[in-house]
Design a protein around this ligand. Structure first.
Ligand SMILES: CC(C)(COP(=O)(O)OP(=O)(O)OC[C@H]1O[C@@H](n2cnc3c(N)ncnc32)[C@H](O)[C@@H]1OP(=O)(O)O)[C@@H](O)C(=O)NCCC(=O)NCCS
Length: 219
């Protein structure tokens, strides 16, 4: 056994030899370039009830095809701790009566607002929704402190990370909206198989749910 070598890959992981990651930022709300309106109305709703299940499902639905796997190891408790914070907001985009996409934004100290995740569900990609989704996401990121994360102060910088694993339209879309590259780094990245997204539940439903239901009826 040799110490100091690269970490061993897990069974379902493949190492992508060179993943380039860009940090992109916008320093003034006036730099936001509006996108053309989609042909069909797209609406955006702030998720009012932090929900590990919903956030996990959106993460898999939007991200599986672009290898969003970093959160796969998260437990139910990890997800709950992540979403159940006043400084984090999740917005659900609807179009044509269907969940068309979502975004997750966080008010961070010093006026920084991070766009953690933004994307369309697969059926909506390449149909003229992507620019508008990122525009509306960025608008809301600038509205932190008033529209959401109230009392955290105004935003002075909106930033995000994107990589060569994301959809090939992603970086062009951010540039079109007015984001600039602030940093770039390339490194190998082990990526688990995104087709399977195991997520152990907090309780085994075969043994716990009936008892749980009975407890709820009693109280
Ligand atoms: C990223 C994503 C939102 C883009 O949406 P899309 O439907 O693929 O892209 P669109 O066709 O709407 O194009 C968006 C904008 O980028 C521009 N664009 C796209 N590809 C381009 C290219 N190759 N060169 C220049 N501009 C390009 C379009 O002109 C458009 O700009 P406009 O709104 O000013 O007209 C979408 O692909 C997606 O959600 N993918 C899955 C999740 C993901 O990768 N998210 C990004 C994580 S960082």
């Amino acid at each position: 056994m040799i110490d100091g070598g690269p970490p061993a890959l897990r069974g379902d992981e493949i190492e992508i030899p060179a993943v380039t990651e860009w940090t992109m930022e916008m320093l003034d709300a006036a730099d936001l370039h509006p996108a053309p309106l989609p042909g069909v109305e797209m609406t955006f709703t702030l998720s009012g009830v932090p929900s590990p299940e919903v956030s996990r499902a959106l993460y898999a639905a939007v991200g599986a095809r672009v290898c969003w796997t970093d959160r796969f190891p998260w437990t139910y408790a990890d997800w709950r701790a992540w979403v159940d914070r006043p400084e984090l907001s999740t917005w659900i985009a609807m179009a044509e009566g269907t969940i068309a996409g979502y975004f997750e934004i966080e008010a961070q100290p010093g006026g920084n607002t991070e766009i953690h995740l933004v994307g369309l569900t697969h059926a909506f990609v390449g149909r003229g929704y992507g620019g508008y989704l990122v525009e509306q996401c960025t608008r809301r990121a600038w509205q932190r402190g008033e529209l959401w994360a109230c009392g955290t102060g105004r935003a002075t910088r909106v930033w995000l990370r994107t990589s060569t694993l994301d959809h090939p339209n992603a970086i062009a879309n951010y540039r079109r909206r007015g984001f600039k590259v602030a940093a770039e780094a390339t490194a190998p990245k082990p990526v688990p198989d995104p087709r399977a997204a195991p997520w152990p539940l907090p309780h085994d439903p075969r043994v716990a749910s009936r008892r749980h239901e009975e407890e709820e009826l009693i109280t």
